[in-house]
Design a protein around this ligand. Sequence first.
Ligand code: AMP
Length: 298
Amino acid sequence: MKVIETIAQLQAQSRAWRAAGHPVALVPTMGALHAGHVSLVRAALEEPRARVIVSIFVNPLQFGPAEDFSRYPRSFADDLAAVTRAGAHTVFRPSVDEMYPPGFETRVNVGAVANRLEGEARPGHFEGVATVVARLLGAAIPDRAYFGQKDAQQLTVIRRMVTDLAIPVEIVGRPTVREGDGLAMSSRNRYLGAGDRGRAPALVRALAEAQALYQDGIRTVTELETAMRQVLEEAGLPPEYARVIDPDSFDTPVAGRPWLAVIAARVGPARLIDNAAVDAGNLLAFRPVHHSASAVAV
Ligand code: AMP
């Protein structure tokens, strides 16, 4: 596995691949890799002749002062083994100085969609994300870049940026990879002790409840939101937010457009997020068990 640490070398590698007729793919990550990241690499490799760059960079710009930048899990040796097994071609592992050299002042501000929900909870977060992704796209010069639907608002912010700045790259969004009990895979799951790990699937159960109610014909946003909140509160996880929104604006949904259920909750030392299309029905297996009268009577 080739590990590249400078932007100049990555640009040279990308141009050489393109000149040899290979499409170039970028999978941006912060490391501490899991099966969700690997699924992005595999998706990138599906394109014939593709050359796949995985970037591993814990981006200080996207962490608030009270957030977990310094304790964010770092496991480079394991990450390298994982992307090698997955079949990626190059790892880009820049230093903070390489990404933000002295005099670096640009910040990419994407606008309204970046100011709601996660943007409100984490001021400056999406500015940090958009800025690092813009620089990574300039460094890797990819034809395609792969992102997880797990971070739905991030995906929308990046699509907005690429459209608005006419950056010539195709952004590919990929489905969320989950544990057997439905918990969305996340590097931050490593923070969870046994008790918190047991509580964490309440997030997916709440999303499943919204999908079940939608399938039963409920079309009232507040009713869906109240039901999600209730599932989380019953598990001892009062959410920071549990909302149904339009995935383009992250604002109030409208009839005839997709509805996305989005949740953020603190689970012990971790702040977890998850989301699902309300009409997808893909999470129904994780619906909370409701105690019917007959079950209680037994
Ligand atoms: P991160 O390392 O957390 O910044 O994530 C890097 C990329 O992996 C982002 O595009 C994430 O949305 C994506 N990702 C994280 N978790 C998952 C998951 N469980 N399933 C699919 N993609 C994921």
